[in-house]
Ligand binder design. Sequence first.
Ligand code: FAD
Length: 553
Amino acid sequence: MTTETTETADIAGTSGIETVDVVIVGAGPTGLTAAYLCAQLGLSAIVLERRDGPQRSPAAHVVNARTFEIWRQAGVDMVSVLAAAQSPDEAGRAQWLTKLGGEVIGSLPFEHQGDDMLAITPTPLRNLSQHRLEPLLLAGLDSVRYQHRWVGAQQHDDHVVVEVESPEGSYSVRTSYLLAADGAGSRVRNWLGIEPIGPGSIQTFVMVHFAADLTELTSPNLGVLHFIVDPTSGGTFVCHGLRTDWVYMCPFDPETDPVESFDEERARSIVLAAMDHEVPFEILGISSWNMSAQIAERYRDGRVFLIGDAAHRFPPTGGLGLNTGVADVHNLLWKIAAVESGRAPESILETYEAERRPVAQFNSDQSLINAFKLIEIPIAFGVTEDVDASVAAMHETLADPDRRAGVEAAIANQAIHFDLLGLQLGHSYSGDLVMDDGSEALVLEEPARDYVPSSRPGARLPHGWLPDRRSTLDLIAPDVPTVLVAAGAEAPALDPSVPVKVVEVPVEVWSEAFAIDAATALLVRPDQHIAFRGPVAGVDGALRAMFATNADR
Ligand SMILES: Cc1cc2nc3c(=O)[nH]c(=O)nc-3n(C[C@H](O)[C@H](O)[C@H](O)COP(=O)(O)OP(=O)(O)OC[C@H]3O[C@@H](n4cnc5c(N)ncnc54)[C@H](O)[C@@H]3O)c2cc1C
């Protein structure tokens, strides 16, 4: 990846300044993924990050199957990334307990992490903490500039000039596209005057990060989430490493209880109050976060695109924020590369928001449902604002088989919160870059949960194992459309001037993974979503339609 300096003056007066194809603001998971994709697509890019290094405090931990599939295609070192994930044995359940190490009241599987998932994805969901992940993503990049802060920009018809402040001084960069991956409080979004729509602060949480080996308190009831039902605590332990580090978080009211009052002594007593008995731990950090459910009113302004949390922010109850950001850039960057190389009209960039906003809305809605549904459990316990009365109600409930059964039912009712395969793999696109084949979409009982592999246009290409143990997903070119045909089928007649990859798929894999006959071909976009399904003879027309200008449609 190279950056260059323009030598000749231009009409905007930007001669002599550094010039790149893409400037990415923010080196969170979304910005770092964007940098990988730019490198792969031959787009020169720089990532500006105001912090002095990768994030140190934990946040996301659920990295879903689709995100791993995207990183796998983008050239991320999957060996080191997967090695940093928690084992499903240790992080495979959500538990409800009186206190950590106390009585277990209920338990649910935490998503599908078993080997059975390998039938539908090469990379099942894992728990991988964001503060461990970011340094691993960074290791494969040379485009990230820490302590370089985006401070402003001017947008022109054919470029953007970005203003940067760094310890070495201020400078400008000229770019074709500015990607705002600067998080939920996005200054780039504010500069554009784009409003986030939806509640900005549903609840505020204090988060205590501490180093500890909690094997003794959690065995044999291991899990990634431990919900503490005792009303004197009412928080959640998040396992970021059974023997290394944990988070305890609980709600507080910043109006009456300022976050600054959570000093180390208070944080220690909060954590201790949620444990059945004391074990040694060392506090690593104390922070707070707001639960919000917001989606930007638009994702684009000219050459500036909002991606990741800058475009949308969900409650973490669903583990979807990071994952949605990664899929955003996967959707956007091949389109930018196609426009920049002259292979596609500028109008395909409009499909970014059209395709990704419904996904953000769906993920936001489900995350909110999950967050509010959790309240059913304290209600089943008879918890009120009166803490002493609530503690008494908890003990009475646990001693009464009927009332206890009500709590167990309320816990069982949370199952979908931790079973969101449909949201991982089932999102399907429609619109200008997807050629409807007239087939009916499958009606699923619970679309957030249920995933049925489908080769219907718009869907993610179903995964199947090839004889050489590659995935069908590995056949898809990251930069140009891929035509998949069954081995031995008629070869498509294609316009040689349109770059495309053609691959034959073994017949057994073809029929099993895609459930279509050998006379049917698939045209797959670089983001592994199917653009066209139909007769081999129809592929050429589909390719032309995909990259047609709006006027030609
Ligand atoms: C408690 C908690 C648990 C969560 N759990 C999950 C989970 O399990 N799974 C999941 O998918 N998501 C989860 N999330 C959400 C996830 O953390 C976010 O969605 C994710 O971090 C968004 O990534 P991003 O790169 O878009 O933004 P961010 O991670 O916010 O990164 C933005 C970056 O931009 C930088 N920046 C900001 N302004 C500037 C500027 N002017 N110049 C330069 N740099 C700038 C910031 O310093 C930051 O590094 C959780 C969130 C929380 C709070």
